[in-house]
Design a protein around this ligand. Structure first.
Ligand SMILES: NC(=O)c1ccc[n+]([C@@H]2O[C@H](COP(=O)([O-])OP(=O)(O)OC[C@H]3O[C@@H](n4cnc5c(N)ncnc54)[C@H](OP(=O)(O)O)[C@@H]3O)[C@@H](O)[C@H]2O)c1
Length: 261
């Protein structure tokens, strides 16, 4: 039986995908940077769902690390029926405060590795396959002070939307998920809390995002935005004059700083 691949499995949203997929009887292939975190996660998951779980620690920004993981996959002749791209870093600061290293790291995790890995795993696909990628509502519009994160997520949306149509009729479902706030790390939960009532209305739990996203990819939706309020915001951002949206975003995010390295 083919596996479900989950990158960023050790994070909040990744773990929720693990649990949801286990509920439907999937065998899992999980990755994150830390072997220790993966081992702990595997033990926790096996406690609830005794099944076949493969783990491989891989820094997605390092070519040789990705290659080692693919060699491991080929050594075991694993095939994939689901590819769930969750890994991402949400650094947020004025552009000039970044170091070159941080710019490259964020681009590589969020965009380059997601696309390259999807390419590699589609070559190792089962007959039917679902590709689900976690983008963000931040990718809907350019975001001053969150510019690079937003641009990487916009790239994912653009890329996977094209792929959705390119692979239509070839037994490949391709969906991009665009969550607003999701209650995961402590700093993210704090940030949602600081947004007051708006944060409360728009934020979702990782379980909600995972459940609904898996339904969306089953239906082969090109994109999915979790939560009615976020869908309303999406429409608003699309129809409102760009200048107003960008001025609002710049004012809103000017004071926020986050460094998720
Ligand atoms: N939380 C939100 O509010 C929110 C909203 C919209 C979109 N998203 C997106 O959802 C995804 C997951 O978010 P989250 O909140 O669950 O984040 P998280 O808890 O910080 O988890 C991030 C995951 O990415 C992995 N990762 C980071 N850098 C990596 C690298 N170089 N190589 C391999 N794996 C790496 C981490 O693995 P390690 O164990 O190695 O750290 C971890 O498993 C991200 O793509 C994020 O942009 C989140």
């Amino acid at each position: 039986m083919a596996y479900t691949f989950i990158s960023g499995a050790t994070g909040g949203i990744g773990k929720a995908f693990c649990l949801e997929c286990l509920k439907s009887g999937d065998k899992l292939f999980l990755t994150g940077r830390s072997q220790q975190k993966l081992d702990l996660l595997k033990a926790e998951l096996l406690d609830v769902y005794p099944t076949d779980i493969e783990c491989f620690a891989c820094d997605l920004t390092i070519d040789s690390s990705r290659e080692k993981m693919l060699n491991y996959i080929d050594g075991k002749n694993l095939k994939f029926k689901r590819i769930i791209n969750v890994a991402g870093v949400d650094t947020q600061m004025p552009f000039l405060d970044y170091t070159q290293e941080k710019l490259i790291f964020q681009m590589r995790v969020n965009a380059e590795s997601t696309i390259c890995l999807t390419h590699a795993l589609l070559k190792r696909r089962a007959e039917k396959v679902e590709v689900l990628t976690v983008g963000s509502m931040s990718g809907v519009s350019p975001m001053p002070y969150f510019a690079l994160y937003s641009a990487t997520k916009a790239m994912l949306l653009n890329f996977f939307t094209a792929l959705h149509y390119e692979l239509k009729g070839q037994n490949v479902n391709v969906t991009t998920v665009m969550p607003g706030g999701v209650y995961t790390r402590a700093d993210v939960c704090e940030e949602i809390k600081s947004q007051g009532v708006w944060g409360k209305i728009s934020a979702k739990t990782p379980e909600y995002v995972a459940q609904k996203s898996l339904r969306a990819v089953k239906k082969n939706k090109v994109k999915y935005i979790p939560g009615g309020f976020n869908r309303f915001l999406y429409t608003l951002m699309k129809i409102a004059p760009k200048k107003i949206v960008l001025t609002f975003i710049a004012k809103r995010w000017k004071t926020h700083k986050k460094d998720a390295f």
